[in-house]
Structure formats: structure tokens, C-alpha cells
Design a protein around this ligand. Structure first.
Ligand SMILES: [Fe+2]
Length: 206
């Protein structure tokens, strides 16, 4: 992803994830929230041609090198664009599968069983205070780790490569689930695109 940033194409319609994620939430989340991160990021980079040439991942990995005047804006909105671009790909209307071969083996190796991993991931997502994300990542030794990030901080800012991530900002679920974040987390679990997670795992760890 490079400047000028644009919304990535959604691979499904706004109502395709019903009843787990409702149409109105999807439409607002994608066309308003995600678009706003993109608009703010583009505006912040308007006067910085050198930064416009960099890939978004590099801007975020080297966030401390971004001029102080726009650093917080790039961190929040660049992170927002990066995180949401992944988020749409992690979920699919084509549900009913579980983790595929390599991810399944890696999770069992790290956590004992898939259910043990799931329990830890859900606990991490529930524990995010305020706005943020829960992630399954590969660390620099390519070991699987479950982390959370505050606000729109992206895992790559702290050296982790994301494999799967869950947006637990209220804007992701409040219209349908109100204050019941655990119900949203449980519903999201049914939508995970494990085929995509498998390719991300291969890309980030092998
Ligand atoms: Fe979001």
C-alpha cells in the first residue's frame, strides 16, 4: 500500500456476514471509519513527498522517523488503514471450516490444543481496555504469540507480524451488540477465513 491510499476492495457485500456482523455496522465501519483513516493519512502526507514514496508498512515500522508534526496522525491513521485492510480479509461469508494444516500444527505445538489457543485469544480480546485489537502474530523468532494493541497501533510497530486480528473498538460491534463485547467476539469467531490465515502464516513464518 502506497500514497495516495484508497479503500481496499471488499470481497463480499455489506450484508454477507449477517447475522454475525450486521449490514449497517459493516457499511459504516468500511465506508466511514476506514475511509476516515485513509483520508486523514493522505492529508497528513500531503506536504511530505519523501514519505509518500514509502510503503505503509515501512512508515509504520519506522514510525519514530516520521516527523514529529505528523507522527501521531500517521501512527493512528496509518495504523487504522493497515489494521482494517487486514481485518476485512480475515473474515468471510464462507464459514464452516477450522484452521488448515500448518496453522493447526503451529497452534497445537504452541498452545497444546486449538481450544486452548481459542480460549487465550478470546481472553486477550476481552481484556483490551477501551479501544484496540487482539492479534495472533509471529514474533521475530517466528514463534506464535497472542498480543493486544491499543487504539490503532499495528503489531508491526513493535516487531510482530500479524497472522490474524480482531477489531474490538466499539465501532466494530456497538450497533448490534451494544456493550456485549464477548458476544461479538464469539460471533466473529464463526467468520474467520482460515484459508487466508494459512497463507498469512506461510507468508510470515516460512
Ligand atoms: Fe474498526
Amino acid at each position: 500500500m502506497v500514497y495516495p491510499y484508497v479503500l481496499p476492495k471488499l470481497l463480499y457485500s455489506y450484508d454477507a456476514l449477517e447475522p454475525y456482523i450486521d449490514k449497517q455496522t459493516m457499511e459504516i465501519h468500511y465506508t466511514k471509519h476506514h475511509q476516515a483513516y485513509i483520508d486523514n493519512l493522505n492529508k497528513a502526507l500531503e506536504q511530505y513527498p519523501d514519505l509518500q514514496k514509502k510503503m505503509l508498512v515501512d512508515l509504520l515500522k519506522e514510525i519514530d522517523q516520521v516527523p514529529e508534526a505528523i507522527r501521531t496522525t500517521v501512527r493512528n491513521n496509518g495504523g487504522g488503514h493497515y489494521n482494517h485492510s487486514l481485518f476485512w480479509r480475515y473474515i468471510t461469508p464462507c464459514i464452516g471450516q477450522g484452521p488448515l494444516t500448518k496453522v493447526s500444527a503451529a497452534l497445537e505445538s504452541e498452545y497444546g490444543t486449538f481450544d486452548a489457543f481459542k480460549e487465550l485469544f478470546i481472553a486477550k480480546a476481552k481484556s483490551v481496555f477501551g479501544s484496540g485489537w487482539a492479534w495472533l502474530c509471529a514474533d521475530k523468532n517466528k514463534k506464535m504469540v497472542i498480543i493486544s494493541s491499543a487504539n490503532q497501533d499495528a503489531p508491526i510497530m513493535t516487531g510482530y507480524e500479524p497472522i490474524l486480528g480482531l477489531d474490538v473498538w466499539e465501532h466494530a460491534y456497538y450497533l448490534k451488540y451494544q456493550n456485549k463485547r464477548p458476544d461479538y467476539i464469539a460471533a466473529w469467531w464463526s467468520l474467520i477465513d482460515w484459508a487466508y490465515v494459512e497463507t498469512e502464516f506461510e507468508h510470515k513464518t516460512l
